[in-house]
Design a protein around this ligand. Structure first.
Ligand code: PGA
Length: 249
């Protein structure tokens, strides 16, 4: 089970200090993977502030080359070098704002794997696709074109675009259907298995229902991960869901 916090282009040194002080007061379970994705300029800073905690650091994107004349790009090798474990690829905000195509996402994913990072490939349909009943087909195409032919350990984040930052989430049966579909596509087209996490308006009140869907292997949290109290509330709901107990209980 993975709890991933996508801070997007938010929080600076002052808030990171406050956030990490708050985290220090919490007990973390080693059976539950937690990863924070801060803005790339703060990866190192956050890492030094939480290095005593069992929390991983990830990057919100990476380039598909390792070094060279690529002004402004972020190399997956450098991300590994500064301590990243995971990298998000193909987040819908990047697909839309930076014109990232499925092929581009696939190239970045392959480079991330070669750099020993665990990629989390984001996929998600628009409201138009959802309403017209083509969501499953849309996601299948995104997967076939974005996932590299061979891999050992990657995640898919199912993030319906209409759910990101809107407070609207799909019903449990819609989440179940899509996560099942994603796992089936990966099994039939790639002869492989994959973990699928859900993202889009996850918050402390809806996380239990989302985690109750068997096919959900974790959550990718945007807005609610910026508030340490909400983030830890989601963490504790997940601990409860998994029936994990702390050593001093
Ligand atoms: P949200 O964002 O939780 O604010 O909807 C999720 C994401 O974009 O990863």
């Amino acid at each position: 089970m993975l709890i991933a916090a996508n801070w997007k282009m938010n929080l600076g040194k002052f808030e990171i200090d406050q956030f990490s002080n708050f985290l220090q007061s919490n007990e973390f379970h080693d059976k539950l993977d937690v990863c924070i994705f801060p803005p790339s300029v703060y990866i190192n800073y956050l890492n030094t502030r939480i290095e005593c905690l069992p929390i991983s650091i990830g990057a919100q994107n990476c380039y598909h080359e390792f070094s060279g004349a690529f002004t402004g790009e972020v190399s997956p090798t450098s991300l590994k070098d500064i301590g990243c474990k995971y990298v998000l690829v193909g987040h819908s905000e990047r697909r839309i704002n930076n014109n990232e195509s499925n092929l581009y996402v696939q190239k970045c994913t392959s480079a991330a794997i070669k750099s020993d990072l665990i990629p989390i490939i984001c996929v998600g349909e628009t409201l138009k696709d959802r309403e017209s009943g083509t969501a499953l087909d849309f996601i299948e195409k995104q997967l076939i074109e974005s996932v590299p032919s061979s891999f050992e350990n990657i995640f898919v984040a199912y993030e319906p675009i209409w759910s990101i930052g809107t407070g609207k989430i799909p019903s449990s049966s819609e989440i179940k259907e899509m996560h099942k579909h994603i796992k089936q596509v990966i099994s039939s087209k790639f002869n492989n298995s994959i973990k699928v996490i859900y993202g889009g308006s996850v918050n402390p009140s809806n996380v239990s229902d989302i985690l109750n869907v068997n096919e959900v292997d974790g959550v990718l949290i945007g807005g609610a991960s910026l508030n340490p109290k909400d983030f830890l509330a989601i963490y504790h709901s997940t601990v409860k869901h998994l029936n994990l107990y702390f050593s001093n209980n």
